[in-house]
Design a protein around this ligand. Structure first.
Ligand SMILES: Cc1ncc(COP(=O)(O)O)c(C=O)c1O
Length: 372
């Protein structure tokens, strides 16, 4: 097959070509061991090498200070929706949950089972009623809670909270879901009490929930019915090996971190990601056919959502894009329309080709005003 395929899936998502090649090379026989990486014990010296490299490179790449613990857990980000309140909050404790979209709403609903979650809805409309807008942080209706939970990048809607004004970090211990934006740009970890992310976007394949937690928040006491597997204290004590981890997922992540470092680290990755999202949003903004519904200030750099105002054309777009080698552009069932997820592994070339395809499609099916 010669045609180049570009995978715009929101997760599990595309993996760099070099990493796939390396997996293929090593999958039958890992480092002269005569067995595949999937067959070695998680207690073996060989696996410890993987684990040590992974922990070291996570710390290096994200510039994680010494007073933070790295945990690699089961259960994905949804698992952490339960683990966080169970480990950190008291049963009746009030905790602010910022709701900007689909995933933060689920985090709030799950937390409500274990604490007194206070919903802060931040989704609104721009003054002209045309776009989805976010209420700025300075206007959030905060309670006097110690903790605040937010989702940095709403994968479904394609919305990103701007955290560059760090006032909120002075008021609260901030806990953030970074599932779809982790490793897309440098982060000031010290601002947060805890950040977490599931692995199937920028960290590798599914199977890991990465948790970066300030050490003083890892306490022996937690809500009584907390399953041991979700217990941060126990998992810290066992270096995330309380039970058998998803060894293959850990291995793939070591390759992803090597790839990130080889490609200049997060500063370079950020520039590349901006280039990709700028091109796509520029294509949308110059078009008379496609619409992005988000106030440009809050547009996601990793998940670009759009739709076509002529209803039947959305389906036509999906059909033709697939035939042309652009996969998984169908939007989430809640948002409908289209979504191009352009995580780190999506090359600029893929976005450029998608942009050209979109222009051609517009010229062919909506030729009232020519694109060029
Ligand atoms: C921002 C965000 N949070 C949470 C989740 C849930 O992740 P998981 O399916 O790994 O539990 C997702 C999944 O796409 C997500 O994008």
């Amino acid at each position: 097959m010669n045609k180049r395929i570009y995978n715009f899936s929101a997760g599990p998502s595309c993996i760099p070509k070099e990493v796939l090649k390396q997996i293929k090379k090593e999958s039958a026989c890992w480092k002269k061991s005569n067995v595949s990486v999937m067959e070695i014990s998680h207690r073996s010296e060989t696996f410890l090498e993987i684990s040590n490299e992974l922990h070291e490179n996570i710390r290096k790449t994200l510039n994680i200070p010494k007073n933070y613990e790295i945990l690699l857990l089961h259960g994905g980000a949804r698992g952490m929706f339960s683990a966080i309140p169970l480990n950190l909050f008291q049963k009746k404790e009030v905790v602010d949950y910022v709701i900007g979209g689909y995933w933060s709403n689920y985090a709030y609903r799950e937390a409500s089972r274990y604490c007194s979650a206070n919903a802060i809805y931040i989704n609104t409309k721009t003054k002209d009623n045309k776009k989805i807008d976010l209420i700025p942080i300075s206007e959030w209706k905060l309670s006097n809670s110690k903790y605040l939970h937010l989702c940095h990048n709403e994968t479904v809607e394609g919305i990103k909270i701007d955290l560059s004004n760090d006032e909120i970090f002075k008021k609260k211990i901030v806990i953030a879901d970074f599932s779809s934006s982790i490793l897309s740009e440098p982060l000031n970890i010290s601002n947060f009490g805890l950040i977490y992310a599931s692995s199937q976007k920028n960290i590798g394949i599914s199977g890991i929930a990465l948790v970066i937690i300030r050490k003083d928040l890892v306490k022996e006491s937690c809500q009584v019915f907390t399953p041991s597997i979700l217990n941060f204290f126990l998992q810290t004590k066992h270096h995330s090996l309380y039970n058998t981890p998803n060894t293959f997922s850990w291995y793939v992540s070591t390759l992803i971190f090597r790839w990130i470092m080889k490609n200049g680290g997060l500063q370079k990755i950020k520039i590349n990601n901006q280039k990709k999202s700028n091109l796509l949003y520029d294509t949308l903004d110059k078009s008379h056919l496609y619409i992005n519904d988000i106030n440009p200030k809050y547009r996601s750099t990793t998940n670009v959502t759009f739709r076509i105002h002529e209803k039947g054309l959305n389906e036509k777009f999906i059909e033709l894009s697939e035939k042309s080698g652009f996969l998984f552009l169908r939007g989430h069932r809640v948002m409908k329309g289209m979504r191009a997820s352009i995580y780190n592994s999506m090359p600029f070339e893929g976005v450029k080709k998608l942009s050209n395809f979109m222009k051609d499609f517009e010229n062919q099916y909506f030729p009232k005003r020519k694109f060029f």
